[in-house]
Design a binder for this molecule. Structure first.
Ligand code: NAD
Length: 459
């Protein structure tokens, strides 16, 4: 085992064992300090995000920094209530007793984060872990290196490393970290790596949250509002250059409105990013040459109906529409995670069901329709992480909606109170008085069984 990692982890074990993190004031003050440090580092954060992903100041503020402010403020305001022991009704068979649930921290938590929202996706889980009284080792992505180094600086200015520490590095460091015994692992990233994490966690039966990806279908039926649907889809797809886990991956549109809808999509792309997107400083960039190559390979043999330009010099990739007529093409195999939007049409809605089944358990599912009951019934009939009727991506902006996947797209939920719950074990106990000890539960049962059955039926 790596000696320096071992020493970091031993320090966290000692810190957690000292019970310092049980103190709610320490948790609140840590989060207040974190908030202050982030506020004073806003310019640096925006600059790092620009260097890593070409994110504009506006986009960085809205999708990364402000998101984190909201999460910290909610936690600071509610920790005392969340962490309180709660009294629940006793059961008849236990009468008399007082029954309680008390949230307690797991202990040492390992967080491994991705590069696409490298600030937000590193800090948001950490807020809940600290709020719930855990220690944190955070391993950010090696691809978003400017943000990862800044995270190290910000967090070391706020926390004692035996409480929260950043360990930067790539797969080698991740692998070494996974050799240790953790009390909780929180991973955000690809499905493939998620399986590696789950396997490593299984060695010690470590509970795990896996925030993964996949192909998110976006359905547009014949009644959809063409202009608003196109506008909201263009925004959800091309923000952060398509590198968003809950971006619509592909569109399935009714043949009846297809031509008009494609016309409107093109119009909205131009309206949002201009005719010469490469010169628009509010349009982001692709993270790496490796990902550029992958996106370029997806366009081979495809029918490009808008965009398609790219250059490796500054990792620019134009918002691109591709028309497809079957699901066999390479572009429909894996998550695109870039600004390419395949469009397929349907005649009969049955075809839509087949398509959704093929990409079952997506992280997000969207439907654009004016038929209210139908929209609701549609979303309620498939398993998926989160989604929307007549919108994309925005379910993430409500901390009261738990965020996370199901099946292939992950396990576990967070945001707002759900993050606190994720990092808490809800310990249950009852307190029995000594003044009475009803004989019912003790053998011999022979003469009590009928009475017992009656009592149990009442429960
Ligand atoms: P990734 O899985 O390649 O990497 C994520 C993290 O895991 C990085 O820190 C990386 O260093 C580490 N890692 C990579 N290979 C590893 C290995 N073999 N062993 C241990 N650790 C390893 O993911 P990415 O490319 O950074 O991010 C893109 C993926 O993340 C997409 O699939 C996207 O959908 C998903 N994602 C999901 C969410 C969500 O909330 N569900 C959010 C953002 C991104």
């Amino acid at each position: 085992m790596d000696k320096s990692l071992k020493s970091i982890i031993n320090n966290q074990i000692n810190y957690f064992s000292s019970k310092k993190t049980i103190d709610i004031d320490l948790r609140i003050n840590s989060l207040k300090n974190l908030l202050r440090e982030i506020k004073s580092s806003e310019d640096e954060i925006e600059s790092a995000l620009f260097k890593d992903l070409g994110k504009s100041k506006g986009e960085s503020y809205l999708t990364e920094i402000n998101f984190v402010y909201t999460e910290i403020n909610i936690a600071i305001k509610n920790i005392r209530r969340w962490a309180k022991r709660k009294s629940v009704r006793s059961s008849l068979i236990n009468f008399p007793s007082s029954d309680y649930i008390i949230p307690e921290p797991y202990g040492l938590t390992l967080h491994i984060s991705p590069w696409n929202y490298p600030f937000q996706l590193s800090i948001a889980p950490l807020i809940g872990a600290v709020a719930a009284g855990n220690t944190v080792v955070l391993k950010p992505s090696e691809y978003s290196k400017n943000t990862s180094l800044l995270l190290e600086k910000i967090l070391s200015n706020v926390f004692d490393p035996s409480h929260v520490v950043v360990v930067n590095g790539g797969v080698d460091i991740s692998t070494k970290l996974l050799e240790f015994k953790w009390d909780y692992i929180f991973f955000t990233g690809s499905i493939g790596v998620g399986k590696i994490i789950a396997k490593a966690a299984a060695k010690n039966l470590t509970p795990t949250t896996l925030e993964l990806g996949g192909k998110n279908p976006c359905i547009v039926d014949e009644t959809a509002s063409i202009e608003i649907s196109a506008k909201r889809i263009v925004w959800g797809k091309f923000t952060n250059c398509g590198q968003t886990c809950i971006a619509p991956d592909f569109i399935v549109v009714s043949k009846k409105i297809k031509e008009k809808f494609i016309y409107e999509l093109k119009k909205q792309i131009v309206k949002t990013y201009g005719n010469n997107v490469v010169d628009n400083d509010e349009y982001g960039r692709i993270i790496s040459d490796k990902h550029m190559n992958y996106l370029v390979s997806l366009l081979e043999k495809e029918n490009i109906i808008h965009g398609g330009k790219f250059n490796f010099d500054d990792k620019f990739f134009e918002p691109t529409l591709v028309e497809i007529n079957n699901l066999e093409s390479k572009i429909m195999e894996d998550e695109i995670f870039g600004p390419i939007l395949p469009i397929i049409d349907y005649d009969d809605f049955k075809e839509v069901h087949d398509i959704i089944k093929k990409y079952s358990h997506p992280l997000a599912l969207y439907i654009f329709t004016k038929k209210k009951k139908f929209g609701r019934k549609f979303l309620e009939s498939y398993p998926f992480g989160g989604g929307a009727i007549n919108d994309t991506v925005m379910h993430i902006a409500n901390d009261r909606l738990p965020f996370g996947g199901v099946g292939q797209s992950g396990m576990g939920k967070y945001h707002g109170e759900s993050t606190f719950n994720t990092f808490s074990h809800f310990k249950a106990y009852l307190n029995k008085p000594l003044w009475i000890d009803p004989p019912l539960r003790y053998p011999p049962f022979k003469n009590k069984i009928n009475f017992l059955k009656k009592i149990l039926k009442l429960i």
